[in-house]
Write a protein that binds this ligand. Structure first.
Ligand code: GCW
Length: 715
């Protein structure tokens, strides 16, 4: 009878899991019910009695997280009992100095390997010890332990000692004070400024939990196209309220500083960084900020870029600007993240060369609390770019990585593309700065040049959509960003699998099929959008959909024709020494690999070379045929993703299954749109017919050129 009851209970749980609505709000912290009694009993033994010694705000958060998890795993049937002493409890969450002396001595010197934010999960004499030097380490360890349960790891041999490899692991929000989000595709900003500071929305807490669960320890909450108002008392009070809410989760607040704020807010005649009055203004302002937010992280600055004010306005360098702010935050332990995304339409040089030209001569000229934030590639978050040459060029200046988690150029909210694949490609690229093996990952984790300050930022993809990110699978990019920020060498296959298990189900077939989709999705997207090194061929302004015909207007460097240069003679941007010579910004090893149009890997061909349409490639095809086949392959890839996904029906809740299914319809349709419009456009120049196997476009070029949509999100 008892067995029968239990069986019915678990049957019900499975039904709940698979059939009831799940809007995805819980992200990867679903803590879904266990699939059967045996699994439930196994973990239950551990989770029933837990030792937490302290009472700090963070330790309370830890306790709460165990409660949330238990409720998810067991429903209302089991409540963990917490005690301060160890007794017979099977889980101990204890700082190293709180461990019983005999345990400590048995654990031995390995305990000393745990650093500031690190933790050690150790199965020891039948118990699980979660230990760390700090409260935040304990919180990270707790999340790692709950992840082990969510992914159904056996606990008997648990032995996981982790320290983050990068110090500053931040999200950057491009959120405006009116709650629109620049390049945001998931609704409005989650920061409800109007209700702050008195109302702390539950979503802020869940945001902090999600970030802490993946080790993110900072967030810059305002757009880099900055509004000086964020520095006024009215807004500082609001930011302080957010900072208070985030503190127990180990997340610091950073703000974006508009460079001419002294002029806007206090009518100073100049914002010249060498002017003593301007310097004094920033010093006072910084003091004021710290009076609201005592652990304020520092400033993030976009200067001299896309119309933003900056030191150039006064004939000063980027170092002059950054150092002025660095001096202001220095006494408080703050840092300045100064973006390298500096370029100007009046500079005649190839746009992708400008940041290097600007920053390379300044290597070593920045204060020690400045870190220069560099986008992964030299242009702008395109579906595929070679790594940014600055990563190989600044041994004396700490550089941090800027990835874009929001998918401005990768299908926005409706395409499923696993960004970890692209990020890994960048992190593993070799700069050769100190010989073979000098990867970008080693540059940013500080190990190559011994940078005293290290960091990584991801432009957030969150918004007010119930599922936070628009596409349910875009949650995976947020998750993967955190994991790679913690350790740039993390295995992205494992990241994808863990995310799938925690977010949806441990069902083996579901995990296998979905992770295959994820791991191939990036190459598929590159094929249907920008194969063979094509770049910046998207629609103007909102950047949604294809626009290889975009030309003219105020800024040449914001057109497509500037980059692809298609004509009857050929296509591509010559960046060798016969062209812009951007190639020379990389280590000479790269000249051997990328410098020769006959040998360069085809994925970067048109980024570095201008070639004729009938050029024979090593695939045996002409350039035109290869391009057309790749576009076709991309479309077929999108259809393959759709078929694979549809085969998983019934494995997860219907709500998210249908959501993803409908987005895959959009993805397939948009893949066809990209293929058809780009091929028709380029065909005007190649004057060759489509090769066998490439489907005939649905409409004529005129249709695509004139296809307009109103109110595309993100601007
Ligand atoms: O990619 C471009 C975007 C801008 C953005 C800019 C930047 C915040 O189109 O919207 O501005 O990059 O990174 O500063």
């Amino acid at each position: 009878m008892k067995i029968k009851k239990a069986a019915i209970f678990f049957l019900l749980l499975i039904l709940v899991n698979n059939t009831f609505a799940n809007d995805g709000y819980k992200l990867w912290l679903q803590y879904l019910p266990f699939e059967n009694k045996a699994v439930s009993d196994y973990y239950r033994d551990y989770l029933e009695h837990i030792t937490i010694a302290g009472e700090s705000a963070t330790q309370k958060v830890i306790q709460k997280e165990f409660e949330i998890a238990s409720e998810g795993f067991f429903g209302h049937h089991i409540h963990p009992v917490f005690s301060k002493t160890t007794g017979a409890n099977l889980i101990w969450v204890l700082k190293t100095h709180d461990l019983p002396a005999d345990t400590k001595s048995k654990l031995g010197p390995k305990l000393d390997e745990i650093k500031e934010e690190g933790y050690w999960l150790k199965s020891f004499q039948g118990k699980i010890i979660i230990t760390a030097k700090t409260d935040i380490g304990l919180l990270y360890g707790t999340f790692a332990f709950l992840k082990a349960i969510q992914t159904r790891e056996k606990l008997e041999n648990l032995d996981l000692l982790e320290n983050p490899k990068i110090q500053k692991r931040l999200l950057n929000h491009w959120d405006n004070l009116n709650r629109t989000v620049e390049r945001g595709y998931a609704g409005f900003s989650i920061w409800n400024w109007h209700r702050l500071p008195m109302h702390i929305d539950q979503q802020y807490i869940d945001y902090a939990r999600a970030n802490a669960s993946i080790g993110i320890n900072g967030t810059s909450i305002t757009n880099v196209n900055a509004n000086a108002l964020v520095l006024t008392p009215e807004y500082l009070e609001k930011s302080a309220a957010i900072a208070d809410a985030f503190r127990p989760y180990g997340i610091k607040i950073y703000l974006t500083a508009r460079f001419n704020a002294p002029m806007i807010l206090d009518s100073l005649p100049t914002a010249d960084p060498l002017d003593p009055a301007v310097q004094a203004w920033w010093k006072n302002k910084t003091e004021e900020i710290y009076s609201y937010i005592p652990d304020f992280g520092g400033f993030l600055v976009k200067a001299d870029s896309e119309g933003q004010p900056g030191p150039h306005n006064y004939g000063r360098t980027q170092a002059d600007g950054a150092n002025m702010l660095a001096d202001a935050v220095k006494p408080f332990g703050g840092i300045v993240m100064w973006r390298a995304f500096v370029y100007n339409e009046k500079t005649p040089t190839d746009r992708i060369k400008q940041a290097y030209d600007e920053f390379k001569p300044l290597d070593g000229k920045f204060r020690d609390n400045v870190i220069v934030q560099v986008k992964n590639g030299p242009l702008d978050f395109q579906p595929r770019e070679p790594f940014h040459p600055l990563f190989g060029a600044m041994p004396k200046t700490p550089l941090m990585m800027e990835f874009q988690i929001t998918k401005e150029y990768l299908g926005q909210e409706t395409h499923w593309v696993n960004l970890a694949t692209m990020w890994q490609e960048v992190l593993q690229s070799d700069t050769y700065a100190k010989g073979k093996g000098s990867t970008v990952g080693k540059v940013i984790d500080g190990s190559l040049h011994g940078y005293p300050l290290t960091g990584i930022a991801g432009v957030a993809n969150t918004g007010t959509d119930r599922n936070w990110t628009g596409h349910p699978t875009a949650q995976a990019d947020w998750y993967a960003f955190g994991k790679l920020a913690w350790n740039p060498d993390s295995n992205i296959d494992d990241i994808a699998e863990d995310w799938l298990k925690m977010t949806f189900t441990n069902d083996a077939e579901f995990v296998k099929t979905s992770s295959e989709i994820m791991l191939q999705s990036h190459e598929i997207l590159v094929n249907y959008m920008t194969p063979m090194g094509l770049h910046h061929i998207m629609a103007r302004s909102h950047h949604w959909g294809p626009g290889p015909w975009v030309t003219g207007g105020g800024r040449e460097d914001w057109t497509a024709t500037y980059y692809h240069k298609a004509s009857v003679d050929g296509i591509g941007f010559d960046r060798t020494d016969k062209g812009s010579n951007a190639l020379a910004q990389y280590h000479p090893e790269w000249k051997k690999i990328w410098g020769n149009a006959d040998k360069i890997p085809l994925e970067h061909l048109l980024w570095f070379h201008r070639v004729s349409w009938d050029k024979k490639l090593n695939t045996g095809n002409t350039l035109w045929t290869e391009m057309a086949l790749r576009y076709q392959k991309g479309v077929e890839g999108a259809r393959w993703m759709q078929t694979q996904w549809l085969g998983l029906e019934g494995k997860i809740d219907e709500e998210r299954f249908e959501h993803i299914s409908s987005f895959l319809k959009i993805q397939v349709a948009e893949a066809e749109w990209w293929r058809d419009s780009c091929l028709l456009y380029f065909q005007q120049f190649s004057k060759m017919s489509l090769p066998a196997g490439v489907e005939k476009p649905k409409y004529d070029l005129n249709y695509y050129v004139n296809f307009k949509r109103n109110f595309v999100p993100g601007i």
